[in-house]
Design a protein around this ligand. Structure first.
Ligand code: FAD
Length: 320
């Protein structure tokens, strides 16, 4: 098959490395300059990161910058300390460079008609699949700050489902950022002292599984909405999505893959549909209702898979 991958972030780089030796005619596209610094907290669950990295021939441990001693989860009135379940930060820039090692990447634009399949891994921009009917994004700003004052990883949730700010140690430096649809809440990041770099972009927290295929164009990663609506975790979900897409294409062939891909996404990332519902309810002030009880369990499992060990009562007391 003639396959194009647009976007060489974590989703595009992972699917490219999976398809690289599969006998397909593969072309890769990304306009970013070498040394591009991706706006991202670089936090992942170490065990899962190492597991997925190993499957594509990389040693995940080589990229770990800081491991969480403990995790502080807070809201405007309370703060709780939680055990780490393996949350760490990685050198995402180096990881992306190594993932794409030896692959030729064109900076031009592709023409979807020339390919059997185009994987749109362009994240927030959905440059080839097009904009969805409805989206939900939060605007995020992040500073790389010199020094690492705190050992903990900190998540400070804004009331009413309006996002959160974070502080994640990165070896000798720290990422401090804020993501919210209320942009005034992000503004403290602009005035942080000791900034080395300031970055930002929108983050999509709405699953777009039913709008993940258009003709021969297939969304993978944040372009498909594989981002946790409650933590903003998108690195490992994008990698998992890339594994899913590569495996299902090989197994089902082009026609069935295009037909069933939205269903595969809904099955594999069902939790994000529930969690997006939870965020919407929080924003409408109707979080505490029977229908959401099951979703609290889903939220706890989602935190665990990100590397945050949180029990039901701690979450109810500390964050909701
Ligand atoms: C501020 C911030 C902090 C975050 N922190 C974390 C975190 O700590 N942990 C975590 O797990 N997730 C985090 N996320 C989410 C995570 O970064 C993303 O969900 C994840 O990187 C998505 O990967 P992706 O490959 O789908 O998209 P992206 O990483 O956005 O990659 C998209 C790629 O497409 C390229 N591109 C754009 N337009 C085109 C085009 N027209 N043609 C070809 N290529 C194009 C871009 O150059 C880029 O390389 C954060 C996000 C933000 C914004």
């Amino acid at each position: 098959m003639k396959i194009a991958v647009a976007g060489m972030g974590v989703a595009g780089s992972t699917i490219s490395s999976l398809l690289h030796d599969s006998g397909h005619d593969l072309s890769l596209f990304d306009p970013k300059s070498p040394g591009f610094y991706p706006p991202c907290g670089w936090a992942v669950n170490e065990r899962e990161f190492c597991h997925l990295s190993q499957k594509i021939g990389l040693n995940g441990e080589d990229y770990v910058l800081s491991r969480a001693d403990s995790i502080i989860l807070s809201n405007s009135s309370r703060s709780i300390r939680l055990q780490s379940g393996g949350l760490c930060t990685i050198d995402k820039m180096r990881f992306l460079v190594d993932l794409a090692d030896g692959m030729a990447i064109s900076r031009g634009r592709l023409s979807p008609r020339e390919y059997d399949i185009v994987f749109d891994c362009t994240g927030i921009s959905r440059a080839y699949i097009g904009q969805p009917r409805e989206d939900f994004r939060m605007s995020a700003v992040e500073a790389l700050v010199a020094g690492s004052q705190k050992k903990e990883f900190v998540f400070n949730y804004y009331p009413g489902g309006h996002g959160y700010s974070w502080s994640f140690p990165l070896g000798s430096n720290t990422h401090i950022g804020s993501g919210s649809d209320r942009t005034e809440l992000n503004s403290f990041v602009l005035s942080l002292p000791n900034k080395i770099r300031l970055t930002g972009r929108d983050i999509r927290i709405r699953p777009l599984f039913d709008e993940a295929v258009s003709g021969n164009v297939v969304a993978v990663g944040e372009s498909a909405g594989t981002v946790s609506p409650i933590t903003g975790e998108g690195i490992l979900p994008s990698m998992r999505n890339a594994f899913l897409a590569a495996e299902k294409l090989e197994r089902h062939g082009k026609e069935d893959f295009l037909k069933y891909y939205p269903r595969f996404l809904r099955e594999s990332f069902a939790q994000y549909i529930d969690l997006f519902g939870l965020v919407k309810d929080a924003r409408m002030g109707r979080l505490i209702r029977p229908a959401n009880l099951m979703k609290v369990g889903t939220a706890i499992r989602d935190l665990k898979s990100f590397g945050i060990n949180a029990g039901v009562w701690k979450i109810l007391k500390g964050v909701i």
